[in-house]
Design a protein around this ligand. Structure first.
Ligand SMILES: Nc1ncnc2c1ncn2[C@@H]1O[C@H](COP(=O)(O)OP(=O)(O)OP(=O)(O)O)[C@@H](O)[C@H]1O
Length: 369
C-alpha cells in the first residue's frame, strides 16, 4: 500500500517585491515523518513552513495537506498547527486557558476541553501546572506550553518554527530529546524549521537542506551527511576538508596538490572540475614511517594547529599545501610542527562538482535567497 502523503508542495514559488525567496519548490512528507527544513538565515525556510500552514499564500504552485488541495485556504481551515519560536502565549491568561484558547475558538464543549487540556499538559510533562501564569514558568516550560497548545488541537501536522531558538544550550538539548520522543510516541508528522545542523540531524527522519529558495538535497541524516551531492551541503552539515581537482568517468580523482587518488570514491562519477570532501573522522594520522598500508591514499603532512574540544581533538595539518582537518578521540600527543602521514580510505571521501570560485560555498559567505 502506498504511504500516506501528509504534505505535498508542488512547484511553490513566493516573491517579495520582485525577489524570488522560494523558487518552484516541491516536497512530499509521508505521514509520521519528522522532517527538518535546514538552511542558513534568509534561505526561505520560514516562508516555506508558513506556506504549508496557510499564513502565506504562494504566488505559484500548490499545497496539499493529507491529499486535499488547501492552497487558498486560511490556517484555520487546515489540519495543521504552528508552534512559534517566541511561544506567543497570552501573559494575562493561565496556562490552562492558553492551551484551551484554540479549543474555545473551535467551540469544543467545556468538559471535553478540560480533559484535552489535562492530557496535553501531561504529554509535555507539566501536569498540575494549569493554574499558573506564563510569567511563573521557565523558558523551557513556556516552550512546552506552546507545544501543548498546538497538540491539544489534534492537528494532522505540527509545524515548528525554530521552537527551541530562545532556550539555552542545556535545556535545548533536553527539549530536542523530549520532542523527538513525543513525535515518535504520537506517530505524528512534524515539519521543523531550524538553522542548527546538529539539531536537525539528531531529531529528524529526513532533512531538507535549503539554500537560496530551493531544496539542495533531501534525505535521511546519514544520507545527507555521508553522501552530500554539493559542496554547500557537505560544508553546511559539519566540518569537512575540501580539495579541488578533477574527477574522471571511472570515479578517480586528480589534484595538482595531492596527485592521483586511486580507488573508487563515493559520489556519482562524472568528468570535470570537482571537489574532494573528507570528514575529519575519516582521516587517519600516523607517525612518519608508520603509514597505513591498507589505505589507498597516504601523503606526508605537518601539524599546524591543535584544537582540544573536550571529547575529541581536532588536528589541522598542511598536506602538500592543502589544509586537512582530522579528528582524534580524546587528547592527542601530537603538537604543532610534528611531521606525520595522513591517509584515508577513498570510499570515505566524496566527490562533488566544483561550483566555481563565485559560489558562496567556496568563498565561505552566504547570500540571501
Ligand atoms: N514580508 C516580507 N517582505 C519582504 N521580504 C521578506 C518578507 N518575509 C521574508 N522576506 C525575505 O525572504 C527571504 C526568506 O525569508 P525567510 O524568513 O523564509 O528565511 P529563513 O530561512 O526562515 O531565515 P531565518 O533563519 O533567518 O529565519 C529573506 O531574504 C527575507 O528577508
Amino acid at each position: 500500500m502506498p504511504e500516506q502523503i501528509d504534505v505535498q508542495l508542488d512547484q511553490v514559488t513566493k516573491r517579495y517585491e520582485g525577489r524570488t525567496v522560494v523558487d518552484r519548490l516541491s516536497l512530499s512528507v509521508e505521514r509520521g515523518t519528522f522532517l527538518s527544513i535546514l538552511g542558513p538565515s534568509g534561505c526561505g525556510k520560514t516562508t516555506t513552513l508558513r506556506m504549508i500552514g496557510g499564513f502565506i499564500t504562494p504566488d505559484e504552485g500548490s499545497v496539499r495537506i493529507a491529499g486535499e488541495d488547501v492552497t487558498d485556504l486560511p490556517p484555520s481551515a487546515r489540519s495543521t498547527s504552528m508552534v512559534f519560536q517566541d511561544y506567543a502565549l497570552f501573559p494575562h491568561m493561565t496556562v490552562a486557558d492558553n492551551i484551551g484558547f484554540g479549543l474555545r475558538m473551535q467551540r469544543v464543549k467545556r468538559p471535553e476541553a478540560r480533559e484535552r487540556i489535562e492530557k496535553a499538559l501531561s504529554m509535555v510533562g507539566l501536569a498540575g501546572y494549569g493554574r499558573r501564569k506564563p510569567s511563573q514558568l521557565s523558558g523551557g516550560q513556556r516552550q512546552r506550553i506552546a507545544l501543548a497548545r498546538s497538540l491539544v488541537l489534534h492537528p494532522t501536522i505540527l509545524l515548528l518554527d525554530e521552537p527551541l531558538g530562545a532556550l539555552d544550550a542545556q535545556i535545548r538539548k533536553q527539549m530536542q530529546f523530549e520532542l523527538k520522543q513525543l513525535q515518535t510516541s504520537l506517530g505524528q508528522t512534524f515539519v521543523y524549521v531550524t538553522h542548527d545542523q546538529e539539531e536537525a540531524m539528531t531529531m529528524s527522519d529526513r532533512v531538507a537542506i535549503m539554500r537560496g529558495g530551493v531544496i539542495e538535497q533531501l534525505g535521511t541524516p546519514d544520507e545527507v551527511y555521508d553522501h552530500p551531492r554539493t559542496l554547500f551541503v557537505a560544508q553546511f552539515l559539519g566540518e569537512c576538508s575540501s580539495v579541488r581537482g578533477r574527477c574522471e568517468e571511472n570515479g578517480s580523482f586528480f589534484s595538482d596538490t595531492l596527485g592521483r587518488l586511486h580507488g573508487r570514491i563515493t559520489g556519482v562519477p562524472f568528468s570535470g572540475p570537482a571537489v574532494l570532501c573528507i570528514r575529519p573522522e575519516n582521516i587517519v594520522f600516523s607517525p612518519r614511517g608508520a603509514e597505513r598500508t591498507d589505505h589507498a591514499f597516504s601523503r606526508p603532512a605537518v601539524i599546524r594547529q591543535r584544537m582540544f574540544k573536550g571529547l575529541n581533538t581536532w588536528l589541522c595539518a598542511d598536506c602538500c599545501g592543502e589544509r586537512i582537518i582530522c579528528e582524534v578521540i580524546g587528547k592527542s600527543a601530537l603538537r604543532e610542527g610534528d611531521e606525520i602521514s595522513l591517509s584515508f580510505d577513498p570510499q570515505n571521501a566524496v566527490i562533488v562538482p566544483d561550483p566555481g570560485e563565485e559560489d558562496p560555498a567556496v568563498s565561505g559567505q552566504e547570500v540571501e535567497a
